[in-house]
Design a binder for this molecule. Structure first.
Ligand code: PEP
Length: 254
């Protein structure tokens, strides 16, 4: 099994340019010994900080990602940013399909499919988010919802393209709420996602795909979550904004 363990920080709409530079400098200073050959640490600051972050992260082994991109190459899309623009900053990753984009900005399985294809064409790795809402958890449709997000948003990719995908399972009811899926609930869904990926591609591809958990991960619950067999790290929101908390979560991978 060669899949990477990954902890990625999604800073959302937080931090000015200066604040972003300070936080990256702080993280860079304390995370160094925690980066091992089979682990990856990624930060996803706002777009305005990407180019400066590339310079600050040079030689550190820390990856850099954006939080969204448009699916078109270019054009009259005021306020949007293309995959090529992200790539030109030096970033290597992009988050696609985050539940906040789905909830507030009309992201659909169809647009996530288009975005994934475009991002990969530009040489970016995609952190592709899936997850059910509270009502979908309660009415027990959550496996079906997540499977549809994968089928419609990702499975148009061929095997080579899919090797650029990291999946993040983020139950919407656990994001920013302080509620965390139990390790058993998360493991159950991660194993299901791996099975669905295996059925569509191959078991080998499924076993090589990193599947991250996101939803109120904190230093005190990270290790238990990450020790589950199919949980390969985390996508971290709130706790990624404090260097010490973020690095303590990174330590949970070992
Ligand atoms: C996220 O935004 O991807 C997330 C998981 O947020 P939080 O850790 O704050 O729940």
């Amino acid at each position: 099994m060669t899949r990477l363990k990954i902890v990625a920080g999604n800073w959302k709409m937080h931090k000015t340019l200066e604040e972003s530079q300070s936080l990256i400098t702080e993280i860079r200073g304390i995370v160094r010994d925690e980066i091992r050959s089979n682990t990856k640490v990624i930060v996803c600051p706002p777009y305005i900080a990407l180019a400066a972050a590339t310079r600050l992260l040079e030689g550190t082994g820390i990856g850099l990602g954006a939080q969204n991109c448009h699916f078109e190459e270019q054009g009259a899309f005021t306020g949007e940013i293309s995959a090529g623009m992200i790539k030109s900053t030096g970033a290597e990753y992009v988050i696609i399909g985050h539940s906040e984009r789905r909830q507030y900005f009309g992201e659909t399985n169809e647009t996530t499919a288009l975005k994934s294809k475009t991002a990969i064409r530009h040489g970016l790795h995609v952190i592709f988010c899936v997850g059910e809402t509270l009502s979908q958890r309660e009415d027990k449709s959550y496996f079906r919802v997540v499977e549809a997000q994968l089928q419609e948003g990702l499975f148009h990719l061929d095997r080579k393209e899919f090797s650029h995908i990291v999946i993040a399972y983020e139950p919407v009811w656990a994001i920013g709420t302080g509620l965390t899926a139990s390790p058993e609930q998360a493991q159950e869904m991660h194993a299901y996602i791996r099975k669905v990926v295996g059925m569509h591609y191959t078991d080998e591809i499924a076993n090589n795909t990193s599947i991250l958990y996101g939803g109120s991960v904190k230093p005190d619950n990270a290790q238990t979550l990450f020790s589950q067999g199919d949980i390969d790290g985390g996508l971290i929101g709130g706790a990624a904004l404090k260097a010490r908390d973020f690095v303590d979560i990174v330590k949970g991978m070992h």
